[in-house]
Ligand binder design. Structure first.
Ligand code: HEM
Length: 176
């Protein structure tokens, strides 16, 4: 039930594939529609952000429910499959695309200038750290060695929410 276990090489291959597809799309847009490319890239950036955040909010909820399932039980094995698939098919690729398109926008439109942009990138580093923490937890749950409580995962659910609120205010309001 736990699904195929991916090796480090598989993960690297997927990351490189996601980046390559993104690079080809960005190049094609710049070539065929130079004037509206920024708007198209921004649209795909926001789509990737929504996918990333959906997964980052759902994963810790799954961990909360997983804590209540006895190791080896059918529901525990189902949670393992759900967590692994969510991470590998949605959360990881969405993070890569968000970063790639966000950096493209930051360079093309702002030449990496602006306090709001620097603060935003700092917070996205933090969000990526939380992402890494959730990926480690997914592995720990898959190997039945999670030691954290449901309360811990309920609290961790707030971390991506708070970061996301700050990031969206920074990019829309640009207060500094
Ligand atoms: C390091 C990664 C990221 C970089 C470098 C980046 C950079 C950018 C840039 C330069 C823009 C265009 C802003 C404008 O034209 O005024 C943008 C748009 C946007 N970004 Fe990001 N971004 C990143 C990640 C994120 C994340 C994680 C979120 C949300 C949690 C996010 C949410 C948005 C939104 C909502 C917009 C549209 C704002 C508008 O209406 O123009 N970005 N991003």
């Amino acid at each position: 039930m736990a699904g195929p276990r991916l090796t480090g090489r598989d993960r690297l291959r997927r990351a490189v594939t996601a980046l390559a597809i993104t690079a080809v799309l960005v190049a094609a847009l710049g070539w065929f529609a130079p004037a509206s490319a920024v708007l198209w890239i921004k649209a795909f950036h926001v789509i990737a952000v929504i996918s990333w955040m959906a997964g980052m909010l759902y994963l810790p909820r799954l961990f909360v429910y997983h804590c209540a399932a006895a190791p080896g039980s059918e529901s525990s094995e189902t949670f393992k499959t759900m967590e692994a698939r969510l991470l590998e098919y949605i959360v990881n690729p969405a993070m890569i695309v968000t970063w790639a398109l966000g950096l493209w926008l930051a360079w093309t439109s702002f030449r990496f200038q602006g306090g709001w942009l620097h603060a935003k990138i700092g917070l996205v580093f933090l969000l990526s750290g939380v992402h890494g923490y959730f990926a480690g937890a997914t592995r720990a749950f898959a190997e039945d060695r999670n030691i954290r409580s449901a309360r811990h995962w309920r609290l961790m659910n707030e971390a991506p929410t708070l970061i996301m609120i700050a990031v969206v205010i920074l990019v829309i309001v640009k207060p500094f």
